[in-house]
Design a binder for this molecule. Structure first.
Ligand code: B12
Length: 245
């Protein structure tokens, strides 16, 4: 491997390349705090020092069309966003590897443990530590600019990229997602950093059962998606006036 010396604008240039691949937000997390996450395999982070968090924004109009259930258009865009993210992550890893930094793209939406609903690593935890946003009451990553109307991916790397810091939680007293959830799955609990587990924020099984048992079986949906807590979040909406402003 090359000596770990890179020009001072290396991180900035790398982020610009990733944006050029089609990303809307890019941030860098130190992997150290992420080692306490549940990982699959458990030594996933072993060779790496940094995690690149990449977000792609979904067109806002898609969410404005959702009222009580996901729409076929959302289902299709969900797949398209996953393909785009996988492509960006692949290209990012290839670019870093060409510079002798071993790098691993994590699939956008690959479930490894179907009983417990776990992937290789939580993209939300990486995104939060990379400063893309905070973990909102809906348990999703909320970005200041696009709310939760983003999908995420992660590239693990040995490249000595400059780390971004977490941002402050801005959910405040807002209860829009809690009120809108069709199965009352959102408890409305706030967190300063992150929830200790999913049950602290959600009646988790209510969310899973609605998405897998009902929404995924709707015609032309075929995936456990919903979008309602995303649609109502004031941070993603074009109309302004958040409850706390
Ligand atoms: C399994 C899964 C599901 C399952 C289970 C959901 C769940 N809450 O775990 C089901 C099918 C129900 C589901 C539903 C949805 N999902 Co989903 N899902 C996933 C998947 C594939 C794995 C998630 C996982 O492993 N979770 C494990 C748990 C323990 O982690 P967690 O939920 O992130 O929460 C913990 C950590 O984030 C931690 N944390 C946060 N910061 C930090 C920092 C540190 C240092 C540490 C240690 C911990 C930590 O705190 C939380 C509690 O422990 C991810 C893709 C991925 N690889 O991340 C997408 C993903 C989370 N889903 C996503 C979305 C959008 C949805 C839905 C809105 C459906 C839709 N597309 O319309 C709903 C929302 C449900 C909800 N409100 O949570 C997006 C979230 C994007 C965003 N803006 O946040 C993801 C990231 C997919 C993507 N590529 O963008 N999903």
């Amino acid at each position: 491997m090359k000596e770990q010396h890179v020009p001072s604008d290396y991180t900035k240039k790398m982020k610009q390349r990733i944006i050029a691949y089609g990303a809307d937000i890019v941030g860098i997390a130190d992997v150290e705090p992420l080692r306490s996450l549940r990982l699959d395999p458990s030594d996933l982070l072993e060779p790496f020092t940094r995690a690149v968090s990449i977000a792609v924004r979904l067109p806002s109009a898609i969410f404005e069309m959702i009222s009580e259930q996901p729409t076929p258009i959302y289902a299709s865009i969900y797949q398209a966003a996953n393909r785009l993210l996988d492509d960006i992550a692949f290209q990012t890893a290839s670019l870093l590897e060409a510079e002798d930094f071993p790098s691993l793209p994590i699939p956008a939406s690959q479930l490894l443990d179907r009983e417990n609903w776990h992937a290789a690593i939580s993209h939300k935890a990486v995104a939060r530590m990379a400063g893309l946003g905070w973990q909102g009451k809906n348990l999703l990553l909320i970005t200041p600019k696009y709310g939760s109307r983003v999908r995420l991916t992660t590239v693990l790397t040995t490249a000595p990229l400059d780390v971004d810091g977490p941002v402050e939680n801005r959910c405040g007293k807002c209860t829009f997602c809690q009120e809108a959830c069709p199965v009352g799955a959102i408890k409305g609990v706030n967190t300063e950093d992150h929830y200790k587990d999913r049950d602290e924020a959600l009646f988790f099984s209510r969310c899973v059962e609605k998405l897998t048992g009902e929404f995924a079986k709707l015609p032309d949906i075929g995936a456990p998606i919903c979008g309602i807590c995303i649609r109502v979040c004031p941070f993603g909406r074009k109309e302004k006036g958040t409850p706390q402003e």
